[in-house]
Design a protein around this ligand. Structure first.
Ligand code: IMP
Length: 441
């Protein structure tokens, strides 16, 4: 079964884009299945840096068809900008990408609603969204009556649909804010019809493409956006995104049968980060956190916001690896910890005086847990030049081994920098455990 997937095991920004780009070789299809322009995926190839929000990270590789499938929400001006950026760099996106007619469109009222709902909720209840209209767009998808899908943009009743929705949204937004929003149905129809004209050659039924690829035993790579802890059903609700960003969203978002997936790679940083509001048990709001932020360049690709930084959390990562059916791990950003004398790893939580190793489902419990740490000695050696396990200091390998033991899944990739080349692959017939045993450590 040749279906593979890359998912994030934390709160997003785990460096999944780099891995997807690496794994794209030999694939027939690369499929994005959830999220929207809230995502930020960076692919670095030598001196070339590609920052992508919408377009699958497989786009840089020739000969691969990239799909944006039904579970994604699309912001047409953002995707068009990305298409232009890639065209300037010699990549003909139209020849390499298809967009599902079923994918929902982020409309101007969604962005207004996102801003307004954020302003209306303050303090510790504020989600701190990316303000890209993601939540309101998914809300309308579930509500159905006021939704717009990519296929609708090129239907004869598009203008009628927009006029009907704008009338209702104007009432809702006026009531919430006390003043009428700037929503001009005719102008929106004109603007979005122009986008649709440009995107029309790419809009199709991607379900057919996926199902035909399954029948033909083709190699498909699924690219997760955000991280599993931001999953709408299984994450740290309400401080989550509005899609199924754990491994459970692959089938619903893309239309691939669940039993087609043979390999799910869970990506985790060597520490933890989160953007926006919500509990973060291992957060280091101190010099250590700032050190990690500076060395890891932990600022949002989409919003530029400084990311909250903290220690690696086994309780969270083990939960999301189990939830997503993860078969192997990619450990990223190992280089960021290189200067530290000691590294903390959270192995359990204390909740109401009790030691727990399960991830709490209630946000207030998660707010109240105290992390229980184990201290690991740092390696204090630059690892950015490492290209094989032999090049890595033993202490960094012992740290990696600790992580795979705590998650209960083998590490397959170790990333020591943003470039494609800065990746160490441990093939299936080898393992970190055996490597360390052979070295007698
Ligand atoms: P939304 O997806 O814009 O609604 O934001 C909801 C929450 O998910 C906020 O805390 C965001 O910061 C977070 N979030 C959304 N997309 C990403 C991402 O790609 N990386 C990290 N956090 C994200």
């Amino acid at each position: 079964m040749p279906g593979q997937c890359v998912i994030g095991l934390q709160w997003g920004d785990e460096a999944k884009g780099k891995l997807v780009d690496l794994l794209t070789e030999g694939k027939d299809l690369v499929v994005r299945y959830q999220g929207g322009a809230n995502a930020g995926h960076t692919v670095v190839i030598g001196d070339d840096v590609y920052k992508l929000h919408h377009i699958p990270s497989g786009i840089i590789n020739e000969g691969v068809l990239n799909l944006i499938s039904p579970g994604v929400v699309i912001n047409p001006p953002t995707i068009l900008k990305e298409i232009e950026m890639l065209a300037e760099r010699g990549i003909d996106v139209a020849a390499r990408m298809k967009i599902s007619q079923r994918a929902h469109v982020v409309m101007p009222w969604h962005v207004l609603e996102d801003k307004m709902w954020n302003e209306l909720v303050s303090g510790q209840d504020n989600i701190g969204t990316t303000l890209r209209g993601i939540g309101p767009c998914y809300a309308d998808k579930i509500g159905r009556s006021f939704a717009v899908r990519m296929g609708d943009l090129i239907q004869p009743d598009f203008a009628e649909r927009v006029a009907r929705i704008v009338a209702v949204k104007t009432k809702i937004l006026s009531a919430a804010s006390g003043s009428a929003p700037e929503l001009d149905a005719d102008a929106i129809v004109e603007e979005f019809s122009a986008y649709a004209k440009k995107l029309a050659p790419m809009i199709t039924d991607t379900n057919q493409i996926v199902l035909d690829a399954v029948d033909a035993d083709k190699n498909i790579l699924f690219e997760g956006a955000q991280g599993s802890l931001l999953d709408i059903d299984h994450g740290t609700f309400p401080f989550v995104t509005s899609s199924n960003s754990s491994g459970l969203g692959i089938s619903t978002g893309s239309g691939v049968p669940g039993n087609w997936l043979s390999k799910i790679i869970g990506v985790t940083k060597s520490y933890a980060t989160r953007v926006g509001g919500g509990p973060f048990p291992t957060e280091q709001d101190n010099d250590t956190g700032q050190h990690i932020r500076d060395l890891g360049n932990e600022y949002g690709t989409t919003t530029g916001r400084p990311r909250r930084c903290g220690w690696w959390d086994a309780v969270a990562a083990r939960y999301t690896a189990r939830l997503g059916g993860v078969t192997s791990i990619a450990l990223t950003m190992l280089d960021v910890l290189s200067e530290l004398e000691e590294i903390q790893v959270c192995v359990a939580y204390e909740l109401n005086g009790e030691r727990i190793t399960h991830f709490p489902g209630q946000v207030n419990d998660l707010r109240n847990v105290k992390p229980i740490y184990e201290t690991i000695p740092g390696w204090q050696t630059d690892v950015t030049g490492a290209r094989s396990l032999d090049d890595l200091p033993t202490k960094s390998l012992q740290f990696a081994r600790k992580i795979e033991t705590l998650i209960g899944r083998p590490i397959e990739f170790i990333s020591v920098g943003p470039d494609r080349a800065q990746t160490i692959h441990i093939p299936e017939n080898e393992s970190l455990e055996n490597y360390l045993k052979a070295k007698s450590v």
